[in-house]
Design a protein around this ligand. Sequence first.
Ligand code: CUA
Length: 342
Amino acid sequence: MRSRSKVWRTTALFAGFALLLSACGGDKPQNTLDPAGPFSRKIDALFDPVFWIAAAVFVLVEGLIVVALVKFRHRPGNPVPKQVHGNKRLEIGWTLAPSLLLAGVAVFTIPVIFQLAGKPTGNDLRVNVTGHQWWWQVQYPAEKVTTANELHIPIGRKVYITLTSNDVIHSFWVPRLAGKQDLEPKRTTHLFIQADAPGTYLGQCAEYCGLSHANMHLRVVAETASDFNAWVQQESQPAGQPPPGVLALMTRPNIACNGCHTINGVKDSTGSPFVGTTGPNLTHFGSRDRFAGDTYDNTPGLLAQWIHDAPSLKPGSDMPSFAGKLTKQDIDALVAYLESLK
Ligand code: CUA
C-alpha cells in the first residue's frame, strides 16, 4: 500500500513538472522570453544573464546542502557534533559574496530601468489606456480615436502609453512587447511599447482586479505605417446611423444603450448624442476582432448571447442581463446594426 502511494506521488510530481515546463518556450503568443520589440528585448537581455547567475548560485548552494546531508548525517553511535557559532570569517564571507553579486547585477539593471522610463519625443505615438472592470479603454488623443481592448500601433515607432484606472488597480501586460505596468485610480503611469514586425500581440491584465480578472485580455495589432493611417482614418469617421426601429430600441428606457455607451454621430429622438462612458465606445464595434475584454470572438452568435445575458459570459459585468426584455428579433436587429459598424 505504502509503495503504491509513493509511486502515485512521484507520478503526480513529474506530471506537475512536465505541465510547468510546458509553459516555457515554444511558440506561445504570450511568451515573455520571445521579445518582439526593442523594449521587451532590453528586458530579455537582462533576464538571460541574471537567470544563469541565479542558476549557478542555486546549484552551488543546493549542492553543498546535499553534500552536507549525506556526509554529516546522523549515524548510530555518533556523538553530538561540535557546535560552532560566531565564525567571523564565514559570516563576513557569506554576507559579502551575495552583496557583490547583487551589486554586479545592479550595474547592468539600473541603466535599463532608466532607458525604459524615458520621456517621449515629438515623434512618438501617444495612447491613453484606462482600465475598467473588466476591459480596456484605448484613446489616441491626437488622432481623436477611442476604441476598446485593441491597440493598433505602427511598427518601428515608439508608442508612449499613459495608463490610469477607472476603479481598482489593473496591470497592463503584453509580454512580447514590454514589461508589466500597473494602472492605478487617480494617478497616471507610463509605459513604452514598440513592435518590430506586423502581427497581433496578445496581453492581459496581470493584477487581480475582481470577479472577471481572468476575462480582461487585450491585443496589440502592429501594422505598417500606411495600414495604421488607414485604420486611424476609418476609426475617426462617425458611426453609420441605425435604422429608426433600432434607434427606438436602443433608447427605450429599459434598454438605454446610450446610458452606458458612446456611438459617435448617433443621437436619440430628442437630439441628445450617445455619450455614455460606463461601457466601451461602440462607434466602430464591427471592426474589432473580439469583444467583452477581448474574451470572445466578435461573431453575430456570441454577440447575440452577450446582449441577451452578458453576465453569463463575463461574470460580474456592468452590462446587465436583458433576458425577458428583448425578443430574439430585437437582438438580431441590434446585432446586425452593431456588426455593421466597421
Ligand atoms: Cu484588471 Cu485584473
